[in-house]
Design a protein around this ligand. Structure first.
Ligand code: SF4
Length: 375
């Protein structure tokens, strides 16, 4: 299959791995402590474990799993808000499937559905719009979440709702932006990340220029990476070559998908419908300035936060949950006492165990970890 088989070729992978080992062996500081490379995107985390790449890497590389799984960084208070909305009379609450099982402080959307709320799984915001057309006497709410990758389709859906004059469609906007979050990670005291694999899907929309400050201000290399095994290995090679040469640049390994300038049409739709929020709360990372968007004036009739007066309270994670430390790369998933015991993909305690892109779920499914020995 074009663009798949050639990126999973074992012979080519062995060649890239050999080169990767050689380059890391040429970096003296990698002998003192492993080079920490953060894959920002949960899709990369999933691929790294699914294809067993971590076990093939030189000992001088340590992968740190970043915050790029939107389900995983959704705070409990926002899940509680979803349930408050879903429990209102005449509401049909629509959501992507992976958000159904994220625990709120009392229940998940899946549990709310079992208790009688009309919660429906959709594959796109346009599905939610179709439900609104078919149910003019119901209030249909779409739970919009995700980074810049999914923002354009939500924006286009709101624009379409306005064109059609629909008055029973609402967006509960929880879209977030990656750049302020990366800056927050880089500003953490004791930050020890040496380089980044940049998120491929987000970059397809925003392009590569927004990352330039990481190289120029923080002196860290970033390589925008694809999701197949060879994409990831080649991107890691590009990062360590920069570290060996003392360079810090933004490079684009995923050029077959990511245009240098991003997708200008998609960004225009996003800017028409959304504006930046002052702050947005992230699970484990706290409140980060300008890291989320809300609906602009002109589209406010579709804003579920106005129509349903949600509380948006900050709710602490359970004491046993160490998602925040895992998200910041300070702990590995198996360091969490709940990992594999109280917290499994069937019974998630924290959000990192819910989505297949979550670090805990990826480790649990593919990591070959004996949880009884790991702690
Ligand atoms: S094991 Fe569960 S509770 Fe612990 S960090 Fe992972 S998702 Fe959070």
């Amino acid at each position: 299959m074009k663009y798949v088989d050639e990126f999973r070729d074992p012979a080519l992978a062995r060649k890239v791995l050999k080169k990767l080992h050689e380059v890391v062996a040429d970096i003296p500081r990698a002998k003192e402590r492993p080079l920490q490379i953060m894959e920002v995107c949960g899709g990369h985390t999933h691929s790294i474990f699914r294809y067993g790449l971590e076990g093939l890497l030189p000992k001088g590389i340590e992968m740190v799993h970043g915050p790029g799984c939107p389900v995983c960084v959704l705070p409990m208070g926002r899940v509680d808000d979803c349930i408050t909305i879903a429990e209102q009379p005449d509401v049909i609450f629509t959501t992507f499937g992976d958000a159904m099982r994220v625990p709120g402080s009392k229940k998940s959307l899946q549990q709310a559905s079992a208790e009688g709320c009309d919660v429906r799984m959709v594959y796109s915001p346009m599905d939610a719009l179709a439900i609104a057309r078919e149910n003019p006497h119901k209030r249909v709410v779409f739970f919009g979440l995700g980074f810049e990758t999914t923002m354009p389709s939500t924006a286009l859906t709101v624009m379409q709702a306005k064109r059609e004059g629909l008055n029973n469609f609402y967006l509960f906007c929880n879209h977030i932006t990656i750049i302020p979050t990366m800056k927050a990670i880089l500003d953490e005291p004791g930050m020890s990340i040496d380089g980044f694999l940049g998120p491929g899907h987000v970059s397809m929309v925003i392009g590569k220029q927004p990352y330039n400050f990481i190289a120029s201000h923080y002196n860290r290399p970033l390589v925008v990476a694809g999701f197949e095994p060879l994409d990831i290995l080649q991107s890691l090679l590009m990062v360590v070559e920069q570290l060996r040469d003392g360079r810090a640049e933004v490079e684009n390994q995923y050029a077959r998908i990511v245009p240098e300038q991003g997708n200008l049409h998609a960004m225009a739709a996003v800017n028409e419908v959304f504006e930046v929020r002052e702050h947005f709360e992230w699970r484990g990372l706290g409140s980060i300035a300008e890291s989320g968007v809300k609906i602009r004036q002109g589209f406010e009739q579709f804003d579920a936060e106005r129509a349903f007066s949600v509380a948006t309270l900050q709710v602490e994670d359970p004491k046993s949950c160490q998602c925040g430390e895992v998200l910041k790369g300070a702990l590995k998933p198996w360091d969490c006492t709940a990992f594999g015991e109280d917290c499994t993909p069937e019974t998630p305690v924290g959000a990192l165990m819910v989505s297949t892109e979550g670090a805990c779920s990826a480790y649990y499914s593919y990591g070959k970890i004996d949880v009884h020995q790991a702690g």
